[in-house]
Every structure is written in structure tokens, then in C-alpha cells.
Design a protein around this ligand. Structure first.
Ligand SMILES: Nc1ncnc2c1ncn2[C@@H]1O[C@H](COP(=O)(O)OP(=O)(O)OP(=O)(O)O)[C@@H](O)[C@H]1O
Length: 236
């Protein structure tokens, strides 16, 4: 369970995040939505430790373990605490093989294990078939799968995906949507999916958090994201 309370962040004098409070319920999928430049990636960077938080709290609790003050942990330890992150633009190592990409990601783990969890290839069989090929030889959608797989090798409880559908055609977007659903329903992950618009058909208990000008202007169950909110904060 991830809980943010009154988080503020500045780039120099520029106030970017303003009193953001957000809770990600365990096992559910939350969409962090908002137009270009409203602060979505900045918020994710604060959660992952790539950017400092100016004020507020970020707490994290693995299943069955005590709640931690996440802000006390440096960036390199947060993945090992069970928080996986798939950055915008994929960023795989294109000269390394698929297998090497996954093994590099494994090295960030707590246990320093050399074992790629079976769920990775179960979810993305093409990565198994291509495991000895260069990551740069994968299609765009294959590279996105590899980027997700790299975050999954450490078996996170929470997976954060920053604009995973960016630049893909509708069939690939739909496939990414199915993968996200599988991660939540079959593998029990909690998900935070960052997007400028809602890319998939909402499901029962999905949630949303809507940002505008660095403020959280609305949040709740996705079915409450009505046309007036979409027109005011998401329509281009
Ligand atoms: N390194 C930086 N230095 C100064 N300002 C920055 C920096 N990075 C982002 N910003 C500003 O912070 C604000 C929020 O940017 P951010 O990237 O978090 O928005 P976003 O909602 O993720 O946008 P997008 O959907 O385009 O990724 C914007 O006004 C942006 O110009």
C-alpha cells in the first residue's frame, strides 16, 4: 500500500506539485491522469526517489510488513522494497540481449538472485523466444514488454507505468491493456498507470487521480470520471 500525504515539490522557484494526497489500494489499478505538463512524471519521480520531495509524506507497506517512510530510502533501494517502475519511453539497453536486459534488472534486487521469475515469460512468451537476440531487434511493442518485464523480475507488489501506451497503434494499446489487467487479476499486483487520457475500457474497481497544474483536482472510482471532468481536465 502506497500513501502520499500533502506532497509538495519545486523545480527551483517553480511550485510543481501542490499538496498531493493519494492512496493506492492494494491489488487495484489506479490511473494517474492529466494533460501534458501537469506534474504526473514529477509525482512518479518523487515516489521512486529520482526527485526530492519538498514537504509531505510518502509511506509504503509491503503485505504483512510494517509501514515504512519511503522518503528515508535512497533511489537505489526503492525497487528492492517492492516498487517496480517502467519509465516513459521504455529505455531498454538495445545492444544487450533480452536475457541480459533482464539480468541487469535482477542485480538491483534484495536477494541478488539470478533467477528470472516464470511469470515474466508466462506473460510475455515472445521474450522467451527472443531471449538471445538484441533488445534493439524487438519491435516497439516487444521493447515495451521487455521494459515491463525488467520491472517484474524483482517481483514487485506495486508496478508504476509511465505512459505505457505512448506512440502505439490501437492493437498494441489493447494488448498492453490486457497485460495490465493480467498483472492485476492473475498476479495480484497493485498498479499505478500514468496516462494523458484514459487508454483502456475501465473495469469494476479501477480508480483514478486527476492532476491539473500540480493539484489533485479529483479522485475516486473510475466510473466517477464523468464527461464534465473529462472535458475540463483531459480533452485536448
Ligand atoms: N527538470 C525540470 N526543470 C524545471 N522544470 C521542469 C523539469 N521537468 C519538468 N518540469 C516542469 O514541471 C512541470 C510538470 O512536468 P511533468 O513532466 O511532471 O508533467 P507531466 O504531467 O508528466 O507531462 P507529460 O504528460 O508531458 O509527461 C512542467 O511545467 C514542466 O515544464
Amino acid at each position: 500500500m502506497l500513501r502520499l500525504q500533502a506532497v509538495n515539490q519545486f523545480y527551483g522557484p517553480k511550485h510543481i506539485l501542490r499538496d498531493i494526497s493519494l492512496e493506492l489500494p492494494r491489488g487495484q489499478c489506479t490511473y494517474l491522469l492529466g494533460r501534458n505538463g501537469v506534474g504526473k512524471t514529477t509525482l512518479v519521480n518523487c515516489i521512486m526517489g529520482h526527485l526530492p520531495v519538498s514537504s509531505g509524506t510518502v509511506s509504503w507497506q509491503l503485505y504483512g510488513e510494517p509501514e515504512l517512510d519511503l522518503l528515508l530510502y535512497p533511489v537505489e533501494e526503492r525497487a528492492a522494497l517492492g516498487i517496480g517502475y517502467v519509465p516513459q519511453g521504455r529505455q531498454v539497453f538495445s545492444q544487450l540481449s533480452v536475457d541480459e536486459n533482464l539480468r541487469v534488472a535482477l542485480m538491483a534486487g534484495r536477494n541478488k538472485t539470478n533467477r528470472i521469475p516464470p511469470m515474466v515469460y508466462e506473460l510475455f512468451p515472445v521474450l522467451y523466444d527472443m531471449r538471445h537476440h538484441r533488445a534493439g531487434d524487438l519491435t516497439g511493442s516487444g521493447q515495451q514488454q521487455l521494459a515491463i518485464a525488467r520491472a517484474l523480475v524483482l517481483e514487485p507488489e506495486l508496478l508504476i507505468l509511465d505512459e505505457p501506451t505512448g506512440g502505439f497503434q490501437p492493437t498494441v494499446v489493447a494488448e498492453i491493456g490486457r497485460n495490465i489487467r493480467q498483472l492485476q487479476q492473475e498476479f495480484g499486483l497493485t498498479l499505478l498507470v500514468v496516462e494523458q487520457q484514459l487508454p483502456f475500457t475501465p473495469q469494476g474497481d479501477d480508480r483514478f487521480c486527476l492532476l491539473e497544474g500540480g493539484c489533485n483536482v479529483a479522485q475516486g472510482r473510475l466510473e466517477q470520471l464523468d464527461e464534465s471532468l473529462i472535458q475540463a481536465y483531459l480533452a485536448v
